[in-house]
Design a protein around this ligand. Sequence first.
Ligand SMILES: Cc1ncc(COP(=O)(O)O)c(C=O)c1O
Length: 442
Amino acid sequence: MSNRQNIAPNDLRAFWMPFTANRQFKSAPRMFVAAKDMHYIASDGRKVLDGTSGLWCVNAGHCRPKIVEAIQTQAAEMDYAPAFQMGHPKAFELANRLVDIAPKGLNHVFYTNSGSESVESAIKIAFAYHRVKGEGSRFRIIGRERAYHGVNIGGISIGGITTVRKMFGPGMAGVDHLPHTHLPAKNAFSRGEPEHGAELAMDLEKLVTLHDASTIAAVFVEPVAGSTGVLIPPKGYLKKLREICTKHGILLVFDEVITGFGRLGTPFAADYFDVIPDMITCAKGLTNGTIPMGAVLVTSEIHDAFMTGPDHLIEFFHGYTYSGNPVAAAAGLATLETYKDEGLLTRGAEMARHWEDALHSLKGLPHVIDVRNLGLVGAVELEPIAGAPSKRAFSAFVKAFERGFLIRTTGDIIAMSPPLIVSKAQIDELIGGLGGILKELE
Ligand SMILES: Cc1ncc(COP(=O)(O)O)c(C=O)c1O
């Protein structure tokens, strides 16, 4: 690991940081300068235990040799190849390897560069699919309250986090939302899937009655909602959504940008819940966070519906300059190999019990009003300070960083999702450290 220390740029003004309190950050910057396996190195040389896989993406841990080498080799051999009307072998190879680990029936891969782009692409595939099938009246997308589907106009329209939506105009037309499934009065401190709330899926029937199925193209849900603060679906909820979508010819899309690639102890959340959607959007863990890359996995039925008309014509007028970029594809292949070599796509299942017990040991500490978990995802919800929502959790985040732990907060919820290589001792260290901080919070 690099021993560079105390490296900080002398001027922080130019970079307008994303999803960041810029002025607070620049008054007391928190910088990482190196990383290896479960740890970052901060610019003052301190080791910081990564409790969040970066941003839910470094599932195999940091700077893994196979991935680093694949990126270096590919960058030197062929840096870029045109993505339209041309190909290169690794993009095809990676698509095949992805289909190998994808839930049954999801046999085709459309590449993007991020989770947000995967969502936009899936929205467009849904619209175009119905249109090529002669059902162009299906223009409506159903999202869900509190959902996060990235930051582009389609994603924020179908998403349901108010702060992410309210500044940006009316958004995409023809969108409606299911209720979220967070029922703390009934489900607080649930271990794993909560007992109550499956009936909330029946609200989809109400929306079908309101809008008519013939106007609805797709339902988008995160199987486990992450960015809004880890909302685990009630038992049976996703199965009910699947049944209703199938009954009405509506596509079901799982946004697996955070749940994909082993987070729940299965390759995808679809496997965990035994519910096969028509499309899966993914990104993040696809390249272990190294090179931006996302993908939409689609069924043969969807893909094949486009493969009509004269052979020389483009079937789907959509794509990105960097779709299937060679360096990203090399990173993706090496990432999938690393997952396979080390059994990481299912390791979460072995660690889930220890993770759950550790997290729930925080019950009873000051301000803790809920703890929830599934696979290697967990959240601790704090009682907000009256009149200052999110302040308490933010000070936990800053204190944690100072003590050598990276956690993530959204509102007054602390969310954690460590790399899938985490040891039991590191889980205890992380949760023990957090417990100490919670005892000190105002
Ligand atoms: C479920 C979900 N969808 C989409 C996104 C957006 O991904 P990106 O930040 O790569 O655009 C995220 C990011 O956290 C996510 O959690």
